[in-house]
Ligand binder design. Structure first.
Ligand code: ARG
Length: 270
């Protein structure tokens, strides 16, 4: 069973610019955003069988819908995010309070380390051991992964992100339950590309085209053999189908105005 933390888009908007996707002039249509978010929830619940845990949104925090950035959860422990941008740092107390209220043992990182949660730290779903991967340079600090690796007794492989359009690891890197990796190699520096190739064998690497990477094809939610991804990525869907996955395309372009899509709108609680 997969439990996902989500936050309704009551206050979602583009109110500042902290990534290249966000433009104040490109206004969010709140009704469309609400309909697209509800469409995603419906697919996750009814087609994928995920259990959704909804948290209360807070006024004045337009990016709080992106719960992938709440922090990272492992068993009963949670590490809340420490955001790079002051605009999003205001979300931190809400996410931390949510983890505490749910009974998680909250472990905080040092104040001088930026870390943006499951947006930047990903492992293969359903794998009880195995390394995790940590994206750094755009948002999270590489040093955060040393600390997190100790905390969780896990190997964390840092991967440098070199393209500001792919500013979180989950915008260009999606580990799948069968060990395949859906990703966009150009978003990584050459060392990260080498490390990925060492860890994920050639037949398991599913490379997304630039066009579809820019439609957030990699920002997908994988639960078992289901993969929920943004609409408009037919080639990624074919790649997934040939590996036995069932893709579920969902229109989410209102959220792309803020630089996010399906995966960013969820946080895996297991
Ligand atoms: N506007 C948000 C930001 O720039 C979008 C976050 C998307 N989340 C993600 N996990 N990629 O922080």
């Amino acid at each position: 069973m997969s439990r996902l933390l989500v936050c309704p888009p009551d206050y979602f908007s583009v109110a500042y610019e902290i990534n290249p996707w966000m433009r104040l002039s490109n206004r969010v249509n709140p009704e469309r955003a609400r309909a697209q978010w509800s469409g995603l929830m419906k697919v996750l619940e009814e087609d994928v069988g995920a259990v959704l845990v909804r948290m209360k949104p807070a006024p004045g925090l337009p990016d709080m819908v992106f719960t992938a950035n709440a922090g990272t959860v492992c068993g009963r422990r949670a590490v809340p995010s420490r955001f790079r941008h002051p605009e999003r740092q205001r979300e931190e107390p809400y996410f931390e309070a949510w983890f505490r209220k749910q009974g998680y043992e909250v472990q905080k990182l040092d104040d001088d380390l930026y870390f943006e949660g499951a947006g930047d730290l990903l492992g293969f779903p359903d794998s009880v051991q195995g390394a995790w991967f940590g994206g750094y340079r755009q948002r999270s600090d590489i040093r955060a992964y040393v600390r997190l690796g100790e905390l969780f007794s896990r190997e964390i492989i840092p991967l440098e992100l070199v393209d500001s359009r792919f500013y979180h690891l989950d915008t260009c890197f999606c580990p799948l339950s069968g060990g395949e990796l859906l990703y966009y190699p150009t978003a990584f520096d050459s060392y990260a590309k080498t490390v990925i190739a060492e860890r994920v064998g050639e037949p398991f690497r599913l490379v997304v085209t630039e066009t579809e990477a820019l439609r957030f094809a990699c920002n997908a939610v994988c639960v078992g053999k289901h993969v929920v991804l943004p609409a408009g990525c037919p080639r990624a869907m074919t790649l997934l189908e040939t590996r036995g996955y069932q893709p579920h395309p969902v229109p989410l372009d209102e959220f792309m105005k803020a630089g996010g899509s399906a995966k960013c709108l969820t946080l895996a609680l297991e």
